[in-house]
Design a protein around this ligand. Structure first.
Ligand code: AMP
Ligand code: ZN
Length: 112
């Protein structure tokens, strides 16, 4: 298993889970791009958004809901935040395991 997020999911690379449910967990990004930078990650290995299938619709919904509650728990629910899923090379994806970024705690500008 060569996937860092699968290793974190399996507990072989110990990392604090800020929240989790049966399908999805939340961790701090190791290289934060904002005062709050969380990652919402499915336990199941899915390479990217491009690999998502119709039967993953509920999983994506759970990711969005856990992102929302993690943002609220981090204290940025009211001031706002950004949810991002990078996909593939042009999308800037660097870890090949589906994940959603939760970014906030400062004014975020363009999508650059
Ligand atoms: P992306 O560029 O959308 O694929 O995002 C991958 C993110 O994972 C980057 O923001 C990295 O900083 C983050 N990252 C990589 N390895 C780890 C790790 N071991 N723990 C937490 N975050 C990580
Ligand atoms: Zn994986």
């Amino acid at each position: 298993m060569n996937c860092i997020f699968c290793k974190i999911a399996a507990g072989t690379t110990p990392t604090d889970f800020l929240a989790y449910d049966d399908n999805v967990f939340v961790i701090h990004d190791v290289n934060p791009q904002a005062p709050v930078h969380l990652l919402v990650i499915p336990f199941q290995h899915i390479q990217s958004m491009d690999e998502v299938a119709p039967h993953d619709a509920e999983l994506l919904g759970r990711m969005a809901l856990l992102a929302k509650s993690a943002a609220t728990a981090a204290g940025i629910g009211d001031q706002g935040y950004r949810l991002v899923i990078n996909c593939g090379e042009d999308g800037g994806q660097t870890v090949g395991h589906l994940h959603m970024h939760v970014l906030g705690g400062r004014q975020l500008l363009g999508l650059g």
